[in-house]
Design a protein around this ligand. Sequence first.
Ligand code: WTA
Length: 651
Amino acid sequence: MSNNIESHLVENRVFKPSKVFAKTAHISSLEEYQELYRKSVKSPERFWAQQAAETLVWRKKWKTVLAWNEPYAQWFAGGKLNASENCLDRHLTGARRNKAALIWEGEPGEKRTLTYQQLHREVCKFANVLKRHRIQKGDRVIIYMPMCPEAVIAMLACARIGAVHSVVFGGFSAEAIKDRINDSQARLVVTADGGYRRGGVIPLKRNVDEALKDNEQIEKVIVFRRAHNEISIKEGRDVWWHREMEYVKADCPAEELDAEHPLFILYTSGSTGKPKGILHTTAGYLLGTAATTKYVFDLREEDIYWCTADIGWITGHSYIVYGPLCNGATVLMYEGAPNWPEQDRFWRLIEEYGVTIFYTAPTAIRAFIRWGDEFPNRHDLSSLRVIGTVGEPINPEAWMWYYTVIGGSRCPIVDTWWQTETGMIMISPVPGATPLKPGTATLPFFGVDAAVVDDQGNEVPPNVGGKLVIRKPWPSMLRTIWGDKKRYRKQYWSEIKGMYFSGDGARRDKDGYFWIVGRIDDVLNVAGHRLGTSEIESALVSHPAVAEAAVVGRPDELKGQAVVAFVTLKQGEHPGPELGDRLRQHVAQAIGAIARPDDVRFAEGLPKTRSGKIMRRLLKEIAGGGQVIGDVTSLEDFNVLMRLRGETKEG
Ligand code: WTA
């Protein structure tokens, strides 16, 4: 039996960059990309040093580009800079001073715009507020905020004084806040009274209060008034943001920080166990995010750039805050849900603000498809020129929908593969240069030595599946897991000698394009064939009745594992045994009999993490007929799980 992951799904559609797009793009042909890429991986240090000089503003130049002592990297050691200065002050000397940095819309419809000058002023003031409460360089600050400019202001204010922010996603519960406060040993929390979501108010402050029961460590809670919901104030501990801002001056010089000064900790839940505090540091992270924002989105001065992620995820950190602002971009930020008050809210925003770059997730795209074309079709989306996706493999049929219905068959799709740990986009098309194929993140970014290897670290031949690794350090890589060096080494640097292991399975096609086949832990073993989950799911989604699919294995005496597919249908489609059979047949045709699901189970919804990833681990437990015993704190909607369990009992 071979250990390699097999691949059977064939995708022949290719979309070449249009001449019009290529003409003005930063990288305008595949040859240009290839030439630059070849040079960049031959000598990554030279490449990154050149980028660092062009992209960032330094107080003091570095001495060494890279000091690598596996698994510990130091990039630009000896260099001094400040991330907030790079995102703000540098833009104040010319025309960008009066350019919109943030355009914000609240879910109820309020609008605010902050120019670079205004954002700078707010950040300086809030940095002074933090200082007034004795926050110093290196101290950790928890930020638990709705999607509003003050969340960005708080992050940049920390960066300005060298405090380390740890943003906790506003959808997380008190328990999650508590864990993160404890693990990071934070001294201060920045929050809001509440934030709007789907017409309701999320009681953020109340969650903080609960998290802080019996907590001695947090000295201050700064509360931004957003939703005007009633809250309780603990005398001596809790203070209002707006009051605090009255006491301080608007002048706050940025701290001169080491290139490797910690910038933030961001916790990822992982599929099991305790959340990991991923640590990113200043110069390398900023460089990676700024360079990728420029090239991957082909960013231009006049763009209106919108990334729909929450600020509490790495995508929000890298591609709402640090990457775009370092480039002096105009960023649109929206507080609420895509289906409030109606399912066309995103398209309305794109039309109203003339969004040119739009970056979202496959889970959202699949929801848009389920809701129907009428919603995007109501709006003029012709301002768009680049559209992107991140977070999961995008099924080819979802890609085609995104390309035609949202992108008007005109906009390149950048399918960007990366992770909280990588900090920046690692594998992605460069629009204007890379021919696109639906369902693949295509080729590595400059300076990124990505490969698909077997257990010994040897590259596997084309179209054979293996482990996705990065073979050389890159500037925005995580530096460690906060407080857990052992786990850092074990998780990322022990699986394959001398390489960073991503945890993902992938294959490369004959053009060298990377196809992510799913997490390695989810790979199925059916009668000695190792199958990734994403191809079977994509085959299911290519059936016109199917909106979303998740495939898992269940123990089977004969085959080792049987294939179980959980499927949700598009609006107006009806589940039943006959459709189940047709879907099984459909998969057999698209991929081969080996992948034909043994069971097809229809569900109203699939269990997802709060960032929209399908939790296959839970489905595996359900499919196996057992109890759900694993950690479910990151589950978005517990009812989905209850309903799925109910169905299993009957079926
Ligand atoms: C998955 C999100 C396929 C992958 C930035 C990765 C993707 C994990 C893609 C990281 C993509 C992300 N195609 N799979 N374009 N982007 N993934 O830490 O499994 O929330 O390892 O970072 O998401 O998720 P994280």
